[in-house]
Design a protein around this ligand. Sequence first.
Ligand SMILES: Cc1cc2nc3c(=O)[nH]c(=O)nc-3n(C[C@H](O)[C@H](O)[C@H](O)COP(=O)(O)OP(=O)(O)OC[C@H]3O[C@@H](n4cnc5c(N)ncnc54)[C@H](O)[C@@H]3O)c2cc1C
Ligand code: SF4
Ligand code: SF4
Ligand code: SF4
Length: 421
Amino acid sequence: MLQWIIFLITDCVRELVKDDDCTGCAGCSNACQRHALETVLSAEGFYRPVFSAELCCECGACVKKCPVLAMRAHSAPPPHTTRTDCYAAWSNDRETHALSSSGGVFSELSKLVLEDGGTVFGCGWNDNLEPEHMAVTSVAELARLRGSKYVPSSIGLSLARAAALARGGARVLFSGTPCQVAALDRLLDAQARDQVTLIDMICHGVPSLALFSAYKGWLFRGETVSDFTFRDKSLCLQTIVARSPSGATYRRRASDDPFFRLGYGNHLSLMKSCFACRFAAAPRVADITLGDYWGVPKESEHPSGVSAVLVNTPAGGELIGKLIASDAITLMPADLADISRMNPRTTGGEWSLPSRRNEFLRDVARGHSFRWFYWRWYAPLRAKERVRDALLGSAVFWVRALKVKKVFCFFRVLRHAGNAH
Ligand SMILES: Cc1cc2nc3c(=O)[nH]c(=O)nc-3n(C[C@H](O)[C@H](O)[C@H](O)COP(=O)(O)OP(=O)(O)OC[C@H]3O[C@@H](n4cnc5c(N)ncnc54)[C@H](O)[C@@H]3O)c2cc1C
Ligand code: SF4
Ligand code: SF4
Ligand code: SF4
C-alpha cells in the first residue's frame, strides 16, 4: 500500500511538472525541503519546475501545495475572499503616483507595512534586467519594486522566505500575479496568514521572457540596456522607455512597440495557462487586487492614471482604511462592472488561443534574433493592420459621403416640393 502511495506521489509530481496548466508560480519548489524541484526558465521563456528524482523523499508536499492541483481537486472558491468592494484611487504623493504604473496604491500599502517594521516582497529588475521577486525592508528601497514588468518574474525561494518570516511573527506584504499569490497562500497556516497582506493584480497574463531577452538585444543594436520601464507616462500612460549605458534612449507608446504588440497584445507568446486563468478571476485569494482603471468616469479621472482597487477581505479593508485616515490616498467608490467593462480580466475573462501561437513559440524556442521576429512576424502583422485601417477609413469616408449626399438630396427634394407649391 505504502509503495503504491509513493508511486502515485512521484507520478503526480512528474505529471504536474509537464502540465500545460502550470503557471510557473514556484509553489512546488518552495514547498520542497529537499531541493528536488527547481524552477528554471524553459526554452519558450516560462518558468517551470524541474524534478530531480534522486533528491526526492516522496513526501508529497509539492503535490499538496500546488495551487493548480488544489484548484482542480476542489472547484470551490478560495477560502479568504468574502466580498469585494471596489474603488478608484491614487496616491496623494505626486512623485509616487508619477513613478508608478497606475495610481501608486501598491507603494502606499507597502509604506504602511515597512513603517510598521515589516518586509515587502515584490517584483524588481535584477542586474540582468530580468524581473525577479525580492524583499525590501525600507521605504528607500521600495522604488526597486515599483512599476509593472510585463514578463514572468523569477520567484526563487521568496515564497518560502515570506512564509518563514510570517511564521516567526513578522509583518509581511507580498505582491505578485494572482497565481503567485495563490502559491504563497497555500504555504501559510491560518496564524501565518494573519501576518501577511497579499496583493495581486488584474492580470492579462505573461508573455515569453525569452522573447523579451531577444527584444532587449534589438533595442540598441546589441548594446546592453541599462534601464527599462514598461510604464513611463511621457507619451501616454503606457510608454515604453529604455536607456543604454552610452546614453541612447528608446521611447515608444506600448501600442506601437513590437515586443508589446507581438508578445503581449496579440497573445502570440502568452503563457498557455494565462488563456483561461482561474486565479485571475473573482473571487480572489488576495486581500487587495490592484489594476488600471481604464475608462474611469470623468469625475474620478487623473492625468497620471487611476488605480482600480478591489478590496477582497476585511484585513484588506482595514489597510485601505488606514491609508484614508492618514490622507495617503484619494479614493472614490466604483462599480465592479464598470471596472471590468474595459478590463475583462477583472472578473475572469478568457482569451482565445491564436491559431499560430505554437508556431510562434517554436520560433522563440529556436532562439531567433528579435530582428528576425520583426520581419517574419511583426512587419506582416503591421502591414495587415494598415490595410485594415485604410479599408476601414475609406469605408467610414464613403458612409459619411453617402450620408452627406442623402441629406443634400433630401434638401433638394424639399426645395423642389416648395417650388411646386
Ligand atoms: C504581468 C502583469 C499583467 C497585468 N495585467 C493587467 C491588466 O490586464 N489589467 C490591469 O488593469 N492591470 C494589469 N496589471 C496591473 C497594473 O499594471 C499595475 O501593476 C497595477 O495597476 C498596480 O499599479 P500601482 O501603480 O499600484 O503599483 P506599481 O508600483 O506599478 O506596481 C508594481 C507591483 O506590481 C508587481 N509586479 C510588477 N511586475 C510583476 C511581475 N512581472 N510579476 C509579478 N508581480 C509584478 C510588483 O511586485 C509591484 O508590487 C498587470 C500587471 C502585471 C505585472
Ligand atoms: S515529493 Fe517531497 S521531496 Fe519529492 S519533490 Fe515533492 S516536495 Fe520534494
Ligand atoms: S506549484 Fe506552480 S510551478 Fe509548481 S507545478 Fe504547480 S503550478 Fe507549476
Ligand atoms: S493570467 Fe493567471 S497564470 Fe497567467 S500570470 Fe496571470 S495569474 Fe498567472
